[in-house]
Design a protein around this ligand. Sequence first.
Ligand code: FPP
Length: 237
Amino acid sequence: MSFKKNTLPQHIGIIMDGNGRWATRRGLQRLIGHKEGVEAIKRTINIAKEFDIKILTFFAFSTENWKRDKSEIDGIFQIIRDYTNQNVEDLCKEGVKIVSMGDLSKIPTDLNKKLQEIIKKTQKNNQIVVNLAVNYGARDELAFAFNNLAKQGKTEIKVEDITKNLYTKNLPDPDLIIRTGGEQRLSNFMLFQSAYAELYFTKVFWPSFDKKHFKKALKEYQKRDRRFGGNHKKTKV
Ligand code: FPP
């Protein structure tokens, strides 16, 4: 099956689940699974570029992930730190623009600074946008948006007002959300923005997610009839 360009998603959101299970099934520590997860992120960015996908959003750390052991939380933050330290040159060479979403005021100050640095250093890149969701939760984001609107003195709130005050105010809604690891739920990810996103679930653990899995998700997406509440294409009026 070939891929018709105009039917490919512009923005894909990815819930990278299964890192822990990938590791424990191999007798490894969970953090090794998260480290391998970074390799899958790099792989996915390259494949997405081949398909001219414009935006990838990766769910790296959720507002609920604070419930995990401190060692795992610190480990994930260290992995993100390493990524920002080690990949700036490659990201620039590959035209990757990094942005982020989430409440960065609650993550370690130095990591917040590192993220701001990489965002600044890659801001002119224009091949693909990679949006890192760090300390992100959709309910938290909605509270953030409504608090902004309250501060602006808004009383009559329109949908557009909410959209303009989300972390994603500069990004289009995701067309496709992929969740690896076998669970079939959104887990507080982009709840407002995913109103009309196509959902794709796969049992593959995130560290094993590769080009063939990605192509399978795109093929499935191309089979979907996106109506946004309108008629079936084949329905007569
Ligand atoms: C879910 O798998 C994964 C996470 C909570 C963390 C994902 C984080 C990374 C891949 C590192 C992010 C790095 C960058 C550069 C953005 P899980 O641990 O819940 O897996 P399980 O369900 O098998 O236990």
